[in-house]
Design a protein around this ligand. Structure first.
Ligand code: ADP
Ligand code: ADP
Length: 233
């Protein structure tokens, strides 16, 4: 069974008198171990889909199964629990806590999960090692480059052993050389078995994934779909 199964998902917003179909009959299956890019221009529905995939919101219609669990039937508390256990988030702006060291940032999800200090520290150090930053464990985010901060954020996303990594424009704040390094790291993590979903408006970035779907006006297309050749991307 796929790690993610979305069937006929609808998400509508009421805006004034109008109904916006942010997601319009979206179906998508993602297998364990895939590296999938979701590409679409501004306003196409990427954030809405990311919120669904990340268990931050529920659809109006259709179903979402994540790792065997039916997300649509869950209350807010269960949804939050699933989100914390199953999803590792990576954001454009890293979202590190500025007063905490690299190591402490990576430890945070384990702290929330109630893991004892020593084990937490060990696991976080292993995580930093995995992204090549073991020797920066004591540094504050401001003492790290953008690329290094994103590596810390990736270690934090991975440390709880989530079912999927969900990366929202992970290279959006980085220069092109650093972006390539971060994408290479994501490829390596995928080769180690991690399931990765990369959301972007940038075709060059999306091409780095092993599979691409595109979204336009809330509809999903396999491979580049109609979007390839669209000047908007
Ligand atoms: P993207 O992330 O690709 O820019 P979004 O998912 O943010 O796209 O938006 C998809 C569509 O849904 C757009 O037309 C947007 O205006 C609309 N939309 C998104 N969020 C809301 C909201 N909270 N209320 C009303 N309309 C929304
Ligand atoms: P921290 O607050 O520890 O720096 P994050 O900012 O990544 O870490 O988010 C902490 C937790 O909040 C995540 O583990 C996730 O469950 C949840 N989360 C992630 N992204 C969002 C979001 N966009 N909106 C709300 N909650 C989120």
């Amino acid at each position: 069974t796929p790690i993610i199964g979305i069937k006929n998902m609808m998400k509508t917003y009421k805006l004034g008198g109008e109904t916006v179909h942010a997601l319009n009959d979206v179906s998508l299956e993602i297998q364990k171990g895939e590296f999938l890019a979701i590409i679409g221009p501004s306003g196409s529905g990427k954030s809405t889909l990311m919120n669904m995939l990340g268990c931050l919101d529920r659809p109006n219609e259709g179903t979402y199964h994540l790792d065997g669990k039916d997300i649509g039937k869950m209350d807010d508390n269960s949804l939050a629990t699933i989100r914390n256990r199953k999803i590792g988030f990576i954001f454009q702006n890293f979202n590190l806590l500025g007063k905490l060291s690299a190591l402490e940032n990576v430890e945070l999800p384990l702290l929330y999960a109630g893991m004892p200090t020593r084990e937490r520290r060990e696991r976080a150090l292993e995580g930093l090692d995995k992204v090549g930053l073991k020797d920066r464990a004591g540094h504050l985010p401001t003492q790290l480059s953008g690329g290094q901060q994103q590596r810390v954020a990736i270690a934090r996303a991975l440390v709880g052993q989530p079912a999927i990594l969900l990366a929202d424009e992970p290279t959006g704040a980085l220069d092109s050389k650093t972006s390539k390094e971060i994408l290479l790291l994501m490829k390596e993590l995928n080769e180690l078995g991690h399931t990765i979903i990369l959301i972007t408006h940038d075709l060059e970035i999306a091409k780095q994934a092993r599979r691409m779907v595109s979204i336009q006006d809330g509809q999903l297309f396999e491979n580049g779909g109609v979007l390839l050749g669209n000047a908007a991307i």
